[in-house]
Design a binder for this molecule. Structure first.
Ligand code: TRP
Length: 327
């Protein structure tokens, strides 16, 4: 049986971009594959975090995982810091990757440029190696992520191949599985930039956004020059982005959506889109608050999931140590 593994950093409130690009797809293979999902909280500390806030967001994220349909009886749900094997394998893999390879990671280049010398922490540089360790510990075949994680996945594969060549078959070579639509939801105010919580509030919609605010933000979203609802990423990037959001929440194909809106303008389309997003998000939110309220239950999920994960991870770590001569 193949293994599906993924996670999302608990470093900010989640947006509909995180949801449509990644999380929404995670439950699909539950029951058909070994499914493992985690909260990479040790990745979050590569930029400074408020400790109380980080803890809260870790619980939030576990609650969201359950909200979107992950069932702790069918999937392993773990928190990274509860399974020390991640950090230990990261240290080992650090010796199978070069400074040059890590310097070419675009996420590092972007972030370190934004943060300046003070923020250029070794942990931030090393982020992709910890990520490779996360994935390789569990023999993950498929890693469902958004488009922005593709390069990190390629590096994990390179490291795995290199290790296997040196010591014989040890790691499964992981593959990124990126959805055809929704993998890269763009900012509502600027369709050339990925939707991000760190940009202007008008550019993103949070999963926890209120109905009024969702309506306002969609109304204000930029559109393109003519008044037609047609998907054309190059020629009409803003409307195409809104169509992708519509498709993600309605589970309809782009051509079905285009047909529905033939002869209708942006105003009508945006009003319908807003109601769709409000309806779907308010359902999710109601479910989320119920689950989030029960922290004792969340602790149980985290502890038992992390214990199950540790068994798998420790076995892989033991094999790796044996191969390289570490006692
Ligand atoms: N880098 C991912 C993000 O930004 C989080 C992550 C860390 C991850 N380790 C992973 C995702 C392993 C998939 C697999 O959200």
């Amino acid at each position: 049986m193949k293994t599906v593994f993924s996670g999302l950093k608990p470093s900010g409130d989640m947006t509909i971009g995180n949801y449509l690009g990644a999380m929404k797809n995670w439950p699909y293979q539950q029951g058909l594959a070994r499914t493992i999902f985690f909260v990479p909280n040790a990745h979050a500390i590569t930029v400074r975090q408020d400790p109380t806030e980080l803890k809260k967001r870790t619980y939030d994220l576990v609650a969201w995982l359950i909200t979107v349909g992950l069932d702790p009886k069918k999937s392993i749900i773990l928190v990274q810091s509860k399974v020390p094997a991640h950090a230990e394998l990261c240290w080992i893999l650090d010796n199978y990757v070069t400074m040059g390879e890590l310097s070419r990671m675009t996420e590092y280049k972007d972030k370190s440029q934004k943060l300046g010398p003070e923020g250029q922490l070794v942990g931030l540089f090393n982020y992709p190696v910890l990520m490779a360790a996360d994935i390789l510990l569990y023999d993950a075949n498929e890693v469902p992520v958004g488009e922005d994680q593709r390069q990190h996945l390629e590096l994990a594969r390179t490291i795995a191949e290199r290790f296997n060549r040196l010591y014989g078959n040890t790691f499964v070579l992981p593959k990124a599985t990126i959805p055809k639509t929704g993998a890269r939801i763009m900012g509502l105010d600027d369709p050339t930039k990925k939707m991000s919580k760190s940009d202007h509030p008008d550019s993103f919609i949070m999963l926890a956004e209120t109905a009024d605010s969702i309506r306002k933000k969609i109304k204000r979203a930029v559109t393109d020059s003519d008044n037609r609802i047609i998907y054309d990423k190059k020629g009409k990037p803003a409307v195409s982005n809104l169509i992708e959001i519509y498709a993600g929440f309605s589970d309809e194909t782009i051509s079905v959506i285009e047909k529905r809106f033939v002869g209708k303008g942006y105003g009508e389309f945006k009003a319908e889109l807003a109601e769709l997003v409000v309806e779907k998000l308010s359902q999710l939110q109601a479910e989320f608050y119920k689950i989030r309220d029960n922290e004792a239950m969340l602790d149980k999920v985290i502890d038992s999931g992390s214990a199950k994960a540790a068994e798998i991870a420790n076995e892989k770590l033991r094999e790796v140590k044996e191969k390289i001569g570490l006692l």
